[in-house]
Write a protein that binds this ligand. Structure first.
Ligand SMILES: C[S@@+](CC[C@H](N)C(=O)[O-])C[C@H]1O[C@@H](n2cnc3c(N)ncnc32)[C@H](O)[C@@H]1O
Length: 212
């Protein structure tokens, strides 16, 4: 029998590409802010020393607002999502942005041609979209995408007491750090951003992890 970590959210429902695609089909996309997350604007205007590298993958990129913003800032960005309609809408909105492309990818099992090709991987409401029992596969997928020493960074949401409701599924700081350490990542930055979107204020963390 598997022992559950005290901070670990109970298992949830694993959602497939077809389930997420339905959200884009019906316009039920309440998470979408229509622009890059404000803490990413701050990172771009005042890049921290750990934000090193140019090739960036945006996980579960949805309509691509964050991906496009980093591309406009000079990064070479690939937005990854497994919902065909998300990619179609992202390409419609941002297809003309230089240095940006989009690719179909299940981030828990990235295709061989994407492996080891990114120095940076961006998280924003993708982790919380996965059922808690998929989290080790998420970490393994990110490790596969990154080149050695690469950085996983972004916004993790939502830091609420463990519950079975989701997506978005909750997590705890202790559980996130343990999960990343087990997957071969060292924490290099951890803060509660001051400029979160109103709906997420205090419930998300801006983090960075370096792949060992
Ligand atoms: C809550 S939305 C967030 C979209 C975008 N990051 C944003 O903040 O607007 C979660 C996204 O992750 C995608 N997604 C969920 N599970 C995925 C997986 N295993 N592989 C790739 N994309 C996934 C969904 O299709 C959806 O577009």
């Amino acid at each position: 029998m598997r022992i559950r970590h005290p901070d670990e959210a109970p298992a949830g429902v694993v959602r497939q590409a077809v389930d997420w695609n339905r959200h884009y089909l019906t316009g039920d996309t309440g998470w979408d802010m229509g622009r890059a997350a404000p803490p990413f604007e701050s990172l771009i205007s005042h890049p921290p020393s750990w934000l090193q590298g140019r090739r960036l993958a945006a996980l579960g990129c949805g309509r691509g607002h964050d991906a496009a913003r980093f591309a406009l800032a000079g990064y070479r960005v690939t937005g990854l999502d497994f919902a065909p309609l998300a990619l179609e809408e992202a390409r419609g909105l941002y297809g003309a942005v230089p240095g940006l492309d989009f690719a179909a990818c299940d981030i828990t099992a990235p295709a061989v041609d994407l492996r080891g090709t990114f120095e940076l991987v961006l998280e924003h409401t993708c982790f919380c979209a996965l059922a808690p029992q998929q989290r080790p596969d998420y970490v393994a997928g990110v490790a596969a995408l990154l080149s050695p020493g690469g950085i996983l960074f972004g916004l993790w949401y939502r830091f609420d007491p463990p519950d079975a409701e989701g997506p978005p599924y909750s997590l705890s700081e202790a559980r996130l750090l343990e999960l990343m350490a087990r997957g071969g990542f060292d924490p290099i930055h951890f803060e509660t951003p001051a400029d979160s979107h109103d709906k997420r204020a205090g419930r998300e963390r801006l983090c960075a992890f370096r792949k060992r």
